[in-house]
Design a protein around this ligand. Sequence first.
Ligand SMILES: [Zn+2]
Length: 276
Amino acid sequence: MRPLKMSEVPSSTASKLDGLANPFIRKWLGLPRCLSDVGLFGRNTLQLPLHSISLGYKQEKARMVLELRESSDHLVRATGTQVRTGRRWKAEEEVDQAIARLKHREVVGRVQVGRAGLGRSETPLFWSKASKRERKAMVVTEVARSEQERYTIKAIPQARISFLIRATYNTLPCPQNLHLWFGTEEICPLCNTINASLQHILSGCKTALSQGRYRWRHDAVLKKLAEVAESCRREANSRPAAPARHTTQFARAGENINAPAHQTWEGSSHPAVSGT
Ligand SMILES: [Zn+2]
């Protein structure tokens, strides 16, 4: 990536290089041409150890911006050299955004991510406490993360995004909207409610509620979990019983539980006591 870092080439050139290299990667991996870059470089269900040329270019340019800004030589800092990367992607703006995100993360503080318990994750490094070298690494990592976010957004099926947006703004073809748009009388196919609203179709139809349609998916997941729990229970019950553990005996004040029975004052076997 060093030639791309030192040369004054726009980001579109790096994209073109990706366009030249990616068909060969697909060919070597035996993948069809229709597989997009999201499948190759995205960190989704499958995470291949590949990085695009564009990502390397952006990381190196971001590193160069920081080297010029935070140089130990005051003359280099004073020159205010601009890192030119074309109109499509600007390294200076990307670095500013990355720094803003890192500062915001410090304001948010330490949050729990994943299923590990509280305090099990590593202590994050915050912007104000990082050294100059660590800050540079943090910014470069942040640039890579924002690139990954783009891949993640692209990985969501277009139909799902379309449904989500249209459901939010009530523009799906529900009976009420069809009546509004075309003047026709539409009914809910399950309960025959005339001109049923989107809320009715998505979560309010009484017939669908009584038939358990809304909770079907939820119940199907619970059923699977119950099957696994039941098999674990049967396996545990079929194992031979473990030997009983030695229980702790607690003694009252003045009581000696380790003493033999004939030595206790209360026992009738003590000769002195039984004799008197
Ligand atoms: Zn209905």
